[in-house]
Design a binder for this molecule. Structure first.
Ligand code: PEP
Ligand code: MN
Length: 349
């Protein structure tokens, strides 16, 4: 349930309601809305109406949340959330581009790609140091060394970093080197990992599982918010269907649906969904038209030599073309492209 406080409710009244909720066995989560406080109350027990909270000072109303996910639900927070990573806003008017290699391979590779994506206007550098590979014989990532290279790339370019964590034990380590922690599709229902990234308090990028329904995806997100971490971005990265001509099928319909069900920002990954760099631009255009807040794109300056996901990686030049192709769609749906993309390009020439 959510307890909606009156606009003029005093802080002591909010605290009283929270205390009462704890006595009733619920965990209260304070959500600062525009002009008023809303308290999300979650717990295992059934809510029986009237709850008794209705008569407390400062309470306007008590509303049940019918969705199985509570804090994630738009019923608990009507306004769309904006995740802040330093000065960068994810979920604002400006589209956010997260771009970089599938895996960090060496310093030279990472810095070359980082410089190029910065010049093209990306705000975030992606790159895996811990790689969840389908085969135990495939490149598993450079681990700590990879994290150190990402940190160096951040220092040199000023780009924010997003990188994946695959075990709960490594969350603290990864958190020390990144700005956003990625939970990959294969780990979407690794509940111990979800709790741990929630506890880290870091911004999290949660990819949709390979065969996850929207409800399963949002329930996974709920694990993170239940740890009082509201800094969550959802990423649609394609789901498994009967179609084999693409690696997965980008579920465009999921974008507006999730936005209706949840207040969280949503981005799309046209590379892992299609498995083909050629499809990245049209799928990016479609995703922006459908309302995403950003895109996650794989880039490699030598895709044919990439240790992971070469066929779906764009060259720096193809990434520039993708950005140019997305720009008119962004304008058509009232979104802006990264602010200083133009000036960065000129600077670097
Ligand atoms: C990735 O982004 O590097 C990745 C492994 O993607 P996914 O989890 O979507 O397969
Ligand atoms: Mn990849």
């Amino acid at each position: 349930m959510i307890v909606v406080m009156k606009q003029d409710a005093q802080m002591e009244e909010v605290e009283k309601v929270e205390e009462r909720l704890v006595e009733m066995g619920f965990s209260p989560h304070r959500i600062q809305g525009t002009g008023r406080v809303v308290i999300g109350a979650v717990g295992e027990q059934k809510v029986v109406f009237p709850t008794g909270l209705e008569v407390l000072a400062g309470v306007e109303k008590v509303v049940p949340i019918t969705a199985p996910y509570k804090l994630v639900s738009r019923q608990s927070k009507e306004a769309s959330s904006v995740v802040r990573v330093g000065e960068l806003k994810i979920g604002g008017k400006e589209l956010v581009f997260m771009a970089g290699p599938c895996a960090v391979e060496n310093e030279d590779q990472l810095l070359t790609i980082a410089r190029s994506v910065r010049a093209t206007g990306a705000q975030v550098l992606r790159g895996g140091a811990f790689k969840p590979r389908s085969s135990p014989y495939s490149f598993q990532g450079l681990e700590l060394q990879g994290l150190q290279m990402l940190k160096k790339a951040r220092q040199e370019t000023g780009l924010k970093i997003v990188t994946e964590v695959i075990t709960p034990q490594e969350v603290d380590l990864v958190a020390g080197y990144t700005d956003i922690i990625q939970v990959g599709a294969r780990n979407m229902q690794n509940f111990a990992l979800l709790r741990e990234v929630g506890r880290s308090g870091m911004p999290v990028l949660l990819k949709r599982g390979l065969a996850a329904t929207l409800e399963e995806w949002l329930m996974a997100a709920e694990y993170i918010l239940a740890e009082n971490n509201f800094q969550l971005i959802l990423c649609e990265r394609g789901i498994r269907t009967f179609e084999t001509s693409t690696r997965s099928t980008l579920d465009i319909s999921a974008i507006p649906q999730v936005q209706e069900l949840s207040h969280l920002p949503v981005i799309a990954d046209p590379c892992h969904s299609s498995g083909s760099w050629r499809l990245a631009a049209p799928l990016s255009r479609a995703s922006v038209a459908a309302g995403v807040d950003g895109l996650l794109i794989e880039i490699h300056h030598k895709p044919d030599e990439a240790l992971c996901d070469g066929p779906q990686s764009l060259t720096p030049e193809n990434f520039e073309n993708l950005m140019a192709a997305v720009a008119p769609i962004a304008a058509a749906v009232g979104r802006s492209m990264p602010g200083n993309a133009e000036s960065r390009i000129t600077e670097d020439l």
